[in-house]
Ligand binder design. Structure first.
Ligand SMILES: Cc1cc2nc3c(=O)[nH]c(=O)nc-3n(C[C@H](O)[C@H](O)[C@H](O)COP(=O)(O)OP(=O)(O)OC[C@H]3O[C@@H](n4cnc5c(N)ncnc54)[C@H](O)[C@@H]3O)c2cc1C
Ligand SMILES: NC(=O)C1=CN([C@@H]2O[C@H](COP(=O)(O)OP(=O)(O)OC[C@H]3O[C@@H](n4cnc5c(N)ncnc54)[C@H](OP(=O)(O)O)[C@@H]3O)[C@@H](O)[C@H]2O)C=CC1
Ligand SMILES: O=C(O)C(=O)Cc1c[nH]c2ccccc12
Length: 409
């Protein structure tokens, strides 16, 4: 890092960063840091929490396992240990991320929550990024946004929720079902979180109802012993997406049955087409569907309103619940801190779409990692490409500087 000084007007300590400034120390921030380290590019990482990968460490439930096979989830230049299972647990994944950071000597600045980032140009036309976190202004040529598409919980407004007397929590606060034994629990939302939390509640002896308000795709996590995701990726190399979607639906129908019988209707678009169009990830079933079929998880429709102990549904049914878990998804927080014309994204289906951010590279040296909608696999690819781009710029800049100092170079 460069020298620091205290600016007069805002009482901010100013720090000059001689390379990119990375915002967020989750898998994406670590991946880009490692790729930059490999190229000898200096960087600074700011992380708002006091640990690496806060989503995984602080905001996910105990039973969580990766649902894509490990070869799709490892970060660049450092594979998972051989003894890891095909679908590593959350603890294993966190341990891997810790050893990843250690291996590449990545030491984020913890407790630095970025409150604003803005590209400012001086009167002579020279522009730099100014990023404010923890009463410090970081000045840099490049900013890498690695705060993720799951930075903030989505908590929809429901009529009467404020008078509901039972416990209400977001899925990011759920750890395990211990406290819900024998209770009536309503899980709202049937993405992968809602499905897996419902299953875990079931395993813990809760009576579970699951709100399914729209159509969705459920796929088996594995097909004939191989991961459904790996098979889809393999088939996409040989066949058009339309065919792969057809195969996934036909196979799912054969193995999982007709899910519309239990209130889960498939959308018209196939799972991969829908993922590309809206960012909505299909549910990869790890056992919830059989609990739904056996009636241990009861599918219910959209909520009309809450009363002190009951929930009224749009179809007129009324049921009593002790607790509500809102598995209603997440959203990015980038729009709240990235200023000026730098962020012109629109939120679509809770995911960042239609903005430079879903394309990795913006104007004036801003980049993003982990917003291309391809999970950890996508984040690793983004990291390689962004590091290459920044590395190239830095070496031509260095060449330019040294030719100024030594004109014979
Ligand atoms: C329950 C759950 C399970 C998942 N399982 C899988 C899976 O199996 N496979 C898969 O590919 N994907 C999975 N995902 C998607 C997952 O989000 C990504 O794969 C991965 O965590 C993305 O990493 P990231 O670094 O981009 O974002 P995150 O992991 O969210 O990390 C972002 C970091 O940025 C920090 N941060 C945020 N805002 C600021 C700020 N303003 N200033 C400073 N720091 C900030 C956060 O504290 C956090 O540490 C899962 C998501 C969830 C919620
Ligand atoms: N094992 C794993 O690897 C896991 C991976 N994940 C991943 O994490 C990411 C986040 O997943 P998740 O937390 O499930 O979030 P999602 O955004 O995927 O799902 C949110 C769900 O909440 C529903 N919802 C939102 N608002 C309401 C409302 N007002 N009333 C009723 N339902 C509502 C949505 O329905 P609608 O579609 O109608 O808007 C959707 O079904 C995903 O990428 C997912 O794949 C999550 C858990 C486990
Ligand atoms: O776990 C997630 O949410 C992911 O984004 C991983 C992922 C990307 N593309 C997919 C297609 C089908 C299933 C999971 C994913």
């Amino acid at each position: 890092m460069g020298f620091s000084q205290t600016t007069d007007d805002m009482e901010l300590t100013r720090v000059y960063v001689p390379g990119p400034l990375i915002v967020g120390a989750g898998p994406s921030g670590l991946a880009i840091a490692a790729c930059l380290r490999k190229r000898g590019v200096p960087f600074v990482i700011l992380e708002k929490e006091n640990c690496l990968a806060s989503l995984w460490r602080l905001k996910s439930y105990d039973s969580l396992k990766l649902h894509l096979p490990k070869n799709f989830c490892q970060l660049p230049h450092f594979p998972f240990p051989n003894n890891f299972p095909k679908y590593p647990s959350k603890e294993q994944f966190i341990a891997y991320l810790d050893s990843y950071a250690k291996h590449f000597s990545i030491r984020p600045m913890f407790g630095y929550e970025v409150k604003s980032a803005e590209y400012k140009t001086t009167s002579d036309g020279f522009g730099l990024w100014r990023v404010v976190a923890n009463r410090t202004e970081f000045v840099s040529r490049w900013v890498v946004v690695a705060t993720g598409d799951n930075a903030a919980p989505v908590v929809p407004e429901f009529d009467g929720l404020e008078v509901f007397g039972g416990k209400v929590m977001h899925s990011s606060e759920y750890k395990n079902g211990g406290e819900f034994r024998g209770r009536n629990v309503l899980v709202v939302g049937c993405g992968n979180s809602g499905m897996e939390i419902s299953l875990n509640l079931c395993h813990n002896g809760a009576r579970v109802s699951l709100v399914v308000r729209d159509k969705l795709h459920i796929l088996p996590r594995d097909i004939l012993g191989r991961s459904c995701f790996a098979i889809a990726v393999g088939l996409l190399k040989l066949f058009p997406l339309r065919f792969v979607d057809w195969f996934l639906i036909v196979y799912s129908r054969m193995t999982l049955g007709d899910t519309s019988r239990v209130g889960i209707v498939r959308p018209k678009d196939g799972p991969l087409k829908l993922k590309g169009k809206t960012g909505k990830t299909p549910v990869l079933d790890v056992g919830s569907l059989s609990k739904i079929k056996s009636g241990q998880i009861k599918v219910v429709g959209e909520i009309q309103r809450f009363t002190s102990r009951h929930v009224e549904f749009i179809d007129g049914k009324v049921e009593e619940f002790d607790s509500v878990i809102l598995a209603t998804g997440y959203t990015s927080n980038v729009a709240s801190w990235l200023k000026g014309e730098s962020f012109s994204g629109q939120e679509q289906g809770n995911k960042t779409k239609n903005s430079w951010i879903s394309n990795m590279k913006g104007r004036n040296g801003i980049y993003s990692i982990g917003f291309t909608g391809q999970g950890l696999f996508g984040a690793s690819n983004d990291a390689e490409r962004v590091a290459e781009d920044i590395g190239r710029q830095l070496s031509s800049y260095r060449k330019h500087l040294s030719s100024k100092i030594n004109p014979y170079m």
